[in-house]
Design a protein around this ligand. Structure first.
Ligand SMILES: Cc1cc2nc3c(=O)[nH]c(=O)nc-3n(C[C@H](O)[C@H](O)[C@H](O)COP(=O)(O)OP(=O)(O)OC[C@H]3O[C@@H](n4cnc5c(N)ncnc54)[C@H](O)[C@@H]3O)c2cc1C
Length: 369
């Protein structure tokens, strides 16, 4: 009896690889898409530029086990991600930090704010914006209101389609004021882009004599016959597995509008956010990631939108009490199934960075082996 893995993203590929290599078991991996790597799928276009089809992906982790695992399949470049933001025409870096102060304010005001921040907060602390707006000092309150309005409010509304008051604290905590001069977006020990792209990494993970890969194959084609498998690892949406019988778990989706420009670079950085102008949230420019040379460049403008079944992709689970309650009900139902395991960002209804998705699959493997 072999294993069935539904989904050839990082979660599915990790568990399939471990079953095949460490337990020497046979694994059939299916995916409804015509490609592997799930949301992390990338490809080289006709200009030799590696495009991340579902949005920019930067690998970053502090988890040694995950780093050792993924490093078996690829080398990484030394790339430290920075995000620029265009705030009323001024280009600066975010999260908002001490350097940002000097980009957006006159020097005298910036240095007064810096002094007050350093007197009050520990260096390198990230203060979530909603906590920061409770400041009572007049200058710091001015700063908090500025960051709330210019960086947080409109961006959050565009991204989630609702007022920030209706967005969970878990999401809003991700927008901090960073008491630091560190302009990097991530502070993890390991970060970079796989030298041959993410698709190649997943291809190598699945390249094993015990693994059979079937693309363009939705799980519904297998549902009746799944008992013939020793175990099923399901990385698709848990509500879809149960035919939405308790209701649909909501997601935000994203629409990327790609443009090719006949110029070397379109913008100064791989990602520029537009927190207070335009309808798109950010612009990605892909050639920066692997420092690819071409006289053309490809960008994507990112528009957030609601997820609708069969119309667009599930991107971000929407964490709130109501959705968690519905997810927990599905989880209860899942306990009645024999040898069916849910994992991944869709199976667990959780936003996972790539390293967390891999870590979760490794943990599950260790539990079942
Ligand atoms: C816009 C965006 C940007 C991101 N950027 C980063 C980043 O910079 N760094 C980072 O670490 N992480 C990033 N992530 C997170 C990253 O995409 C996830 O960690 C990763 O995709 C999780 O892999 P997964 O295998 O769990 O899910 P997926 O990649 O979604 O894989 C699931 C697979 O299952 C298949 N599937 C689903 N249902 C079925 C079915 N019924 N039958 C058959 N196949 C099915 C799907 O087609 C898909 O291929 C980002 C996510 C988003 C949305």
């Amino acid at each position: 009896m072999k294993n069935l893995v539904v989904g050839a993203g990082f979660s599915g590929a990790t568990i399939a690889n471990l079953l095949a290599t460490e337990l020497n078991e046979e694994v059939e991996v299916i995916d409804s898409k015509d490609h592997i790597a799930g949301n992390c799928y990338d490809y080289k276009d006709e200009n030799g530029i590696t495009i991340h089809k579902y949005g920019s992906h930067i690998f970053h982790t502090n988890n040694e086990k995950v780093w050792d695992f993924i490093s078996k399949f690829t080398d990484f470049n030394t790339y430290m991600h920075k995000v620029y933001a265009n705030i009323d025409g001024i280009e600066t870096t975010i999260p908002f930090n001490i350097n940002t102060l000097y980009d957006v304010f006159p020097k005298s005001l910036a240095s007064r704010l810096e002094e007050k921040l350093l007197a009050k907060y520990e260096y390198n602390k990230k203060v979530p914006i909603l906590e920061f707006t409770k400041e009572t000092d007049k200058d710091l309150k001015f700063l908090a209101d500025y960051v709330y309005e210019k960086v947080f409010l409109h961006y959050t509304t565009k991204q989630w389609g609702v007022s920030p008051n209706d967005v969970s604290g878990a999401v809003t905590a991700r927008v901090p004021v960073y008491i630091s001069k560190d302009n990097r977006y991530f502070q993890d020990k390991y970060q970079g882009i796989p030298l041959e792209g993410y698709t190649k990494v997943v291809e190598r993970m699945l390249d094993h004599k015990n693994i059979e890969l079937v693309l363009n194959k939705p799980f519904k084609d297998y549902k009746k016959a799944y008992q013939k498998y020793k175990r099923v690892f399901y990385t698709g949406a848990i509500d879809q597995y149960f035919n939405y019988e308790l209701g649909k778990l909501p997601y935000r989706s994203v629409n990327f509008k790609f443009e090719t420009h006949k110029q070397e670079y379109y913008q100064q950085n791989s990602v520029v956010n537009y927190p207070c102008n335009y309808d798109f949230t950010r612009i990605h420019e892909y050639k920066y990631y692997l420092n690819e040379k071409s006289d053309k460049t490809v960008i994507a403008k990112e528009y957030s939108e609601a997820f609708e079944t069969d119309k667009n992709e599930r991107y971000y689970p929407i964490p709130n009490d109501k959705n968690t309650e519905l997810y927990n009900k599905y989880l209860e139902k899942a306990k009645d199934l024999d040898n069916v395991y849910f994992l991944g960002r869709l199976g667990d209804y959780k936003y996972y960075d790539m390293d967390k998705a891999i870590a979760r699959a490794i943990e599950l493997f260790e539990e079942i082996k």
